[in-house]
Design a protein around this ligand. Structure first.
Ligand code: ZN
Length: 955
């Protein structure tokens, strides 16, 4: 399963904060200029004295401001740092105004002699954040605009009114929510370069990105100069004090220290002298910062660009401005602008240094502080998609009348012509409370525990034979279970969801008695079946299987949809909820049949794809076709699937030392795109076979299926829908779901609590593909993304014996993968690492296992006890923290270090700077150790947090 893809949901609910119908809006347009130079003043705030709505000037000093006619008696205020504010009653102003601001007299820095250093001022400012800023949750209405160009060719122009819910806490679970009230975008004609421009036209969720530049809220962000961890990288200098209206502002310049490897920013902060509130800052990336960003952000995307669309890029400029506004003596985020420039070369096109640039602007136009509540739907903050793809763009003049927007500099944009409608994307946040704390029910135990009524038999074979009615959305048929008696059996448990009806249960031509409790069936045999007997029982059943509730992690069901041509399209996805939601079986991961027949009957025009090989199709009365699939290997229950649709099929072969058949099924209209996408399968399989060993299901072949939802269905891997965006030759979903053939399918966790064994390894497999195809230098970006994704709310391992699925499962992907990368860094020997991965596959292939089994095997193979390491990452939420104390003693640096961790005796080796520009291992324990490094300074000391996913505290 691909966790991050569960964000795509039906229809976007438009539940904006709306002006009431009787509100009439008046429009004031104008310019704000410097009274002396006549230059436009960007960033000036335009607002009403009593109101909480406002706007800002654009980069050339122009603005449009809309206010309710009820406010006509209010006073207009215009302010900008370094200028005296402007005040005028609205009634004294016409519809258009030119405002010239007088520069405020500058006080010489020498005059305000204080005993405080720049760093002391900053520390105090950070301390006073809770007093100076509203730290309760607030809601904003905001205006967002995004423009992207290649030289003067416009790639994107999109704007949106957003509702933003913003708690102040920086904890990842209490973060911003963003709801799209209305958006519009310009329809672009990309002509022959469509593929390239498609790649270049977006930046990942720019509204969310803008909010994350708020370094007051996120002062402890990893690279923030406001974070005490980074003080040693910068000089903080109080350069001058300037006057803004009736306020004195301290100007603090933040510049990297000479040898600081992590001096990523240059920054200028403006702080209110009286309160030390940070009211504005600008920052730009230094060369080191640009290198860092280009490694992180640019990495994969740009590697793909060079491979697929044949361009190379060089990061050039990154500039940001963030300002705050004051309401009732509290400060609030007001505006964030971001600008970047990248140089693009393409030999193929004869391009040198073409300028690819983007501007993103977020302006808060309305503020609400009373009784604000999180949004219950429509939150797009979790989506990585570019804003313009989230905008459904029907133009609605009446709507835009009532909202404050940022005046655009390009008059062409203001054309009243409706912007054509394009695709609507809808996103919902899936966040349901964990049941880890709320205890579990008897139903959970019945579902998740291996009781004697389950361990008394071992399933050796299933034959599922069902007909699916697409109109009624129902399933009817039988499930034959062949089993071997491990204990004498008088009674056994089989599982089928309570909403599915049982017609009869037949054993040796005899109907059996049974009872049902929640989703369990208890079958009673007329006489005890002796140990060692192989027997078959058949359950005839029918019903309408459940559909998934996307607000609950791992809630499965049948998806019923239509393809782009309006044909029916259906798929079952049941990992977590369990296969028993649609067919009777022993629904526990510990027991897999040795083989299985899957017969699915569907209406004739449709194709049906399940797992294994299609042995034959049998026409049946009523214009129906039975698809008869056979899986010749063990298969776990949740992998058993059907996909019903109007599919096109094509084949390929993967030849290494033998031949593997490749079968591809895509929607008929995606045949060409499918051919493009699946070209990468050979390289991907090569990477996987190199790292994990031979493809585990050779007899059944390797099949990829375009599907409604991506899922690792064994030898019939579902990769989700193919869209124009996925046609560019890479697809992490494809890599991820395919990697599950090794991790999850060939070996399976006995209990779903250990599902990290599936997801952690499959997620790390994505990194291995990136490493092989794009080079190690691109790995860091993907790792950084994973680091950002970790929530740390709950341990990765769930509760055993209760089929624990309702919790924050995201960490088993990201943190699971980072654990593996960290462990690989600890080994520091890729031969050993790959041999270990292959050995794990060999040892547990076609079997089920637990975390303990896996760790014991790793310990045995490496002859080292790493239990402490896996325990800390998997069973606790805290990362191990390396506490470091640095003392400079002339040219010597004294380094004292120790681990702080939940696991006693945590002792993971880690790499740090042991000499200038040189990394080496240290072997910290939970008791402090000290080393002395020659010719090293405090700024030069660094811990390899790229490759070791740990917390570091340096004093
Ligand atoms: Zn997965």
């Amino acid at each position: 399963m691909m966790f991050r893809m569960n964000l795509i949901v039906s229809v976007f609910a438009l539940l904006g904060y709306c002006a009431t119908a009787q509100d009439r809006f008046l429009t004031l347009t104008g310019t704000v200029t410097d009274a002396h130079t006549g230059q436009g003043i960007p960033f000036a705030s335009i607002y009403l004295r009593t109101g909480t709505s406002g706007t800002a000037t654009n980069t050339v000093g122009e603005f449009v401001f809309k206010y309710r006619d009820a406010n006509v008696t209010d006073t207009l205020l215009v302010s900008s740092i370094g200028y005296r504010p402007y005040r005028q009653p609205l009634q004294a102003i016409g519809k258009d105004i030119a405002i010239a601001l007088e520069p405020a007299a500058v006080t010489l820095a020498g005059v305000t002699v204080t005993a405080r250093t720049g760093l002391e001022i900053l520390k105090e400012a950070v301390e006073k954040i809770p007093q100076n800023y509203d730290t309760t949750a607030v809601q904003y209405t905001a205006f967002y605009r995004e423009n992207v160009w290649l030289d003067d060719f416009e790639l994107t122009q999109a704007e949106a009114v957003l509702d933003i819910y913003r708690p102040f806490k920086a904890g990842k679970d209490l973060n911003e929510q963003i709801r799209l009230v209305k958006g519009r975008k310009k329809k672009m004609d990309y002509g022959r370069e469509a593929q390239l421009y498609y790649w270049m036209n977006g930046t990942s969720n720019g509204a969310r990105g803008s909010l994350s530049e708020d370094l007051v809220k996120y002062c402890r962000a990893k690279y923030s100069p406001l974070n005490p961890e980074n003080y040693r990288y910068y000089n903080y200098t109080h350069t001058e004090t300037i006057r803004e209206g009736d306020r004195d502002l301290l100007v603090l310049d933040v510049t990297p220290r000479r040898k600081a490897r992590k001096g990523y920013l240059r920054m200028r902060l403006f702080l209110d002298d009286a309160t030390l509130a940070i009211v504005k800052y600008n920052f730009a990336l230094t060369e080191a910062g640009i290198r860092r960003v280009s490694r992180k952000d640019k990495g994969l995307l740009f590697a793909i660009m060079s491979a697929v669309v044949h361009v190379s890029t060089e990061y050039h400029t990154f500039q940001y401005t963030v300002s705050y506004s004051n309401q009732n003596n509290k400060w609030y985020l007001n505006r964030v602008t971001r600008h970047w420039e990248i140089l693009v070369d393409s030999k193929k096109r004869n391009w040198t240094d073409r300028l690819w640039r983007a501007d993103m602007d977020l302006v808060m136009t309305d503020l609400r502080t009373d009784n604000v509540q999180p949004f219950t739907e429509g939150d797009i903050a979790g989506s990585q998609a570019p804003m313009h793809t989230m905008i459904a763009s029907e133009y609605d003049a009446a709507f835009w009348e009532n909202y404050n927007v940022l005046k655009t500099e390009d008059t062409a944009v203001q054309s009243a012509a409706p912007w054509p409608a394009t695709d609507t994307i809808a996103v919902a946040s899936a966040r349901a409370a964990s049941n880890r704390q709320n205890s579990f029910s008897r139903a959970d135990t019945l579902r998740g525990k291996l009781t004697p009524l389950r361990t008394n038999y071992d399933v050796t074979f299933y034959h599922l034979d069902v007909a699916i009615d697409l109109d009624k959305r129902s399933v009817q048929g039988r499930s034959l279970i062949r089993f071997s008696a491990r204990q004498p059996i008088a009674r056994m448990q089989v599982d089928l969801y309570a909403n599915m009806a049982i017609d009869s249960i037949v054993f040796r031509h005899q109907a059996l008695r049974y009872s049902r409790e929640f989703n369990a069936i208890f079958i009673d045999y007329p006489e005890t079946i002796p140990v060692g007997t192989e027997a078959e029982v058949t359950i005839y059943y029918n019903g309408v299987p459940k559909t998934p509730d996307r607000s609950i992690p791992m809630d499965g069901g049948v998806l019923w949809d239509k393809d782009s041509l309006g044909n029916m399209w259906a798929q079952v996805v049941c990992q977590g909820s369990g296969a028993s939601l649609w067919w009777p079986n022993k629904d526990h991961q510990s027991d897999e049949p040795d083989s299985m027949k899957i017969w699915i009957t569907v209406p004739a025009p449709y194709t049906e794809i399940s797992n294994g090989r299609l042995q034959r199709t049998t026409p049946l009365p009523g214009n129906r076709m039975r698809y008869e699939w056979y899986v010749s290997y063990p298969i776990n229950n949740y992998n058993v699937t059907f996909n019903i649709g109007q599919y096109a099929h094509f084949e390929d072969r993967y030849i290494s030392d033998d031949t593997l058949t490749l079968d591809y099924y895509v929607m008929s209209y995606n045949l060409e795109r499918g051919r493009q996408i699946f070209k990468q399968v050979h390289l991907m399989l090569k990477t996987f076979e190199k790292n994990f060993g031979k493809y585990p299901f050779k007899r059944d072949g390797f099949t990829l299926v375009e599907s409604l939802y991506p899922m690792e269905h064994q030898s019939g891997v579902c990769i989700g829908k193919i869209t124009p965006q996925s046609s560019t030759g890479t697809n992490r979903l494809l890599w991820h779901e395919s990697a599950h053939e090794w991790w999850g399918n060939a070996l399976t966790a006995k209990d779903i609590a250990d599902m990290w064994i599936h997801e952690g390894f499959a997620t790390y497999a994505e990194i291995l593909v990136i490493e092989d195809r794009f080079g190690t230098e691109h790995v860091q970006e993907a790792l950084d993304d994973q680091m950002n994704a970790v929530m740390g709310n709950e341990p990765v391992i769930g509760v055993y014996d209760v089929n624990h699925i309702h919790y924050d499962i995201g960490d088993m992907y990201s943190k699971g993968s980072l654990l593996l990368h960290t462990f690989r860094s600890v080994l520091h020997n890729d031969t050993l690492w790959v041999n270990l991965l292959r050995a794990i596959q060999q040892k547990f292939r076609y079997q089920t296992l637990t975390t303990d089994d896996l760790v014991a095997f790793i310990n045995d193979r490496t002859r080292t006890d790493y239990t402490y390491l896996f325990d800390q990452y998997l069973r606790y939420t805290n990362l191990p923290k390396l506490a470091v104390v640095l003392k400079q003693k002339e040219e010597y640096l004294e380094v004292t270090y120790a681990w702080q961790a939940d696991v006693k005796n945590f002792r993971m080796p880690v790499r740090v700077t042991t000499a200038p520009e040189k990394m080496g291992f240290i072997y910290p324990t939970t008791r402090p150790k000290t080393m002395v490094l020659k010719n090293m300074s405090v700024e030069e000391f660094d811990v390899d947090t790229d490759n070791f996913y740990i917390d570091v505290h340096v004093e």
